[in-house]
Design a protein around this ligand. Structure first.
Ligand SMILES: [Zn+2]
Length: 360
């Protein structure tokens, strides 16, 4: 696998596409990797199609990094929505896959599918509870996460051996640290996962600070410090640009989030309030802002979305034009707004790389 520069931001490409953008749009916006969804891709177009097309990267003609998630979240969401939809046990997840049909999804199955779709980074199936779950329940899911991580690692090694995969072609294997707000459980989970041994560990269950209603930065720092140098730190689901800058300072290296693309489709565009000149600027929440392009205020605004952005949209089009495209509900609005928001995130990670190097 090619070398990755950190920090890196990966937008969501659930079904092998970042909504309304093609792979060239992503590359032109400076996006170096995406996260695809194992469960959805296994359904459509299916593993055999992806296999015959040379894997998901060649299928979508994307040269960057492709990370797959475990597929667990979609199945768990189904189960949490309806009691009859299935059951989670140590063995795996039993869920209804259509009328009268039950399927067992296991940690092994998740690793196999991720291998087969040609992912660069495989994430072990993990279990989790809502953050307000009782501690006993959280403890149970942490133990199951550790058990499943162990089985995932065994399956990963088995597949490498069976297919005689060369070192340079090995996907990286990640496990997820769960434990909600309990520092003891987070530490226990991290220690056990480190014993098993992974290329990287993820910060599971985007924990919210109840006072600020945003990412719990103290807990993020605590968890980052549980992971030694040499093990890649993946802040799953993080986050807003300011949170990425803060978490990167704590040692988190990979970020993935649906925010920039989903917000773009909802007319919420990310901007810097001033040109960030150094690391201090990037760690200042006041450097970050949003504009809501649907507002009447922009109807004849000739300026680009951001004067500090070099994206395709800002180079060629005005705020007034983007607002107009949203007003008439043309899909070009989604594309142009998504390109801008993704370029904003890509620029943020580039600035973090540069300013960190300069501050060493
Ligand atoms: Zn732009």
């Amino acid at each position: 696998m090619k070398n990755i520069e950190f920090p890196i931001f990966l937008p969501d490409a659930t079904r092998a596409v970042t909504k309304s953008l093609d792979s060239k749009d992503l590359e032109n916006a400076g996006i170096e990797g995406v996260v695809v969804n194992t469960y959805h891709l296994a359904e459509t177009p299916g593993v055999s199609v992806l296999n015959s097309m040379g894997g998901v990267k060649s299928f979508m003609n994307f040269k960057g990094l492709v990370v797959s998630d475990s597929g667990g979240w979609q199945i768990f969401s189904l189960i949490h929505r309806s009691r009859n939809a299935g059951k989670i046990t140590d063995k795996g997840v039993i869920f209804s896959a259509g009328v009268k049909k039950k399927e067992l999804f296991t940690p092994e199955k998740s690793v196999q599918v991720q291998f087969n779709i040609g992912s660069d980074m495989i994430i072990c199936l993990d279990d989790f509870t809502p953050p307000d779950a009782p501690i006993e329940k959280t403890k149970e899911t942490v133990e199951r996460t550790i058990l499943w991580a162990k089985r995932s690692k065994q399956e990963y090694l088995r597949i490498l051996e069976q297919n005689k995969v060369e070192d340079k072609d090995k996907p990286l294997l990640f496990a997820v640290i769960q434990g909600n707000y309990s520092r003891d459980l987070r530490k226990h989970c991290a220690d056990k996962l480190l014993e098993i041994g992974f290329d990287g560990l993820g910060y599971g269950g985007y924990a919210i600070n109840e006072e600020t209603h945003s990412l719990d930065l103290e807990l993020s720092r605590y968890i980052a410090e549980l992971i030694p140098e040499g093990v890649i730190r993946f802040a799953l689901g993080v986050g807003f640009p300011y949170e990425i800058a803060m978490c990167n300072q704590m040692g988190w290296q990979i970020f993935d989030c649906t925010l920039p693309t989903r917000d773009a489709r909802h007319k919420r565009l990310y901007v810097f309030t001033k040109r960030p000149e150094n690391l201090k600027d990037l760690l200042n929440p006041e450097t970050y802002s949003n504009i809501y392009i649907g507002r009447e205020y922009y109807h004849s605004d000739e300026r680009p979305i951001s004067e500090f952005c070099d994206c395709h949209t800002c180079r060629y089009y005005s705020r007034a034009y983007i607002k107009h495209l949203f007003d008439i509900e043309d899909t070009a609005a989604y594309r142009l707004a998504s390109i801008h928001n993704l370029r904003h995130y890509a620029n943020l990670t580039k600035l973090l790389r540069n300013y960190k190097k300069a501050s060493v």
